[in-house]
Design a protein around this ligand. Sequence first.
Ligand SMILES: [Zn+2]
Length: 417
Amino acid sequence: MSSTGADRLLRFVDESPTPFHVVATAAEELDGAGFTRLHERDEWSLGPGSHYVVRGGSLVAWRSSGRPTAGFRIVGGHTDSPNLRLKQHHDIRRDDDPAVIALEPYGGPILSSWFDRDLGIAGRVALRDGTDRLVRVDDAVLRVPHLAIHLDRAATDQDVDPQRHLNAIWNLTSHHELLPWLADGEGLSADHIVGFELMAFDVQGSARTGPSGEFISAPRLDNQVTCFSGLEALIRSAADEVQPVLALFDHEEVGSTSERGAQSDLLTTTIERIVHASGGGRDEFHRAIASSWCASGDMAHATHPNHREKHEPLHPITLGGGPVLKVNQNLRYASEAMGSAVFARACEQAGVPLQRYVHRADLPCGSTIGPFTAARTGIGTVDVGAPQLAMHSCREFMAAADVDLYSRALAAFLAPA
Ligand SMILES: [Zn+2]
């Protein structure tokens, strides 16, 4: 069983412990593929070509044909994953205890999955000179130990208190505070660091598992699989009748409301500037929008063999069964008939099977960037994804075969025949 896309995905995930690292990993790939980075502060005078912009943990990349009314085909995704993050004041010391670091949940992680794992620290620090820098400690310097079962016979996972129970043991000497230690490792002094977004991550590498390597065990599959597959699709694409775009947003797991989330102006502003740089005005911008489609990619729930009763029985989703179209009548997903047809035709073009997901009517349905992107841009949007299990666990699970199937479907979506 071989799936080279799956193996490239493992490297992508391991290189990308935080949204900022996802963007850096993607930028490096784009640079290598001949894309040029633009800065939002600069004037853009472009002809046809391949470019990208970065806004914190978000990135938009595209290939432009230079035709101002040409529509866009957009693959959207999110760069963030639920995790545990450092509080501003995080050094806890009590007599006789080991030094402890105060962490708090970001988004909706399965809290119990963060116990008893070897955790590193990564993120970005903002420096006194106005710049920022990525930081990453791959050593297992933090640990959130479970309470022994003998000390709490009645405990269940629901009993995890996010305020009290998720702090990580840090060291035995209490000589080190975390930020000065981190700064030292970076060749900085602690007073250089005047802001930070730092988070714990599991240092165990992603792996192929199962008797034939048919599975992937990895952190952050939600939603780095879309970041990875969308990136591969964009790099293989060409600007033609439609202009392919990859839009990766931070902050999906906390509602997308930020300067760089899917509710921000990042995508519309970028598209408008591409149209302007191609010689178009306001009218051409609206015409291009009206000719565009967006596939909002996020992971989908495969049917769990131990919990079949949690799934809609008419819509089983199989691991290894190919990409998933997600439909919700209350628009937790943006998919409607015309967009669904566009994605179904992309799967046909790619020779890839398509699965259709509907959430049980008696369970509240999660959401993603699709409805926000549709409402913010006015672009017809379809919510799609790749199947996985253990969504929002510190360690997630999917079939290796789905990586290539998903990449091929997204590539066909970006380049309709
Ligand atoms: Zn997601």
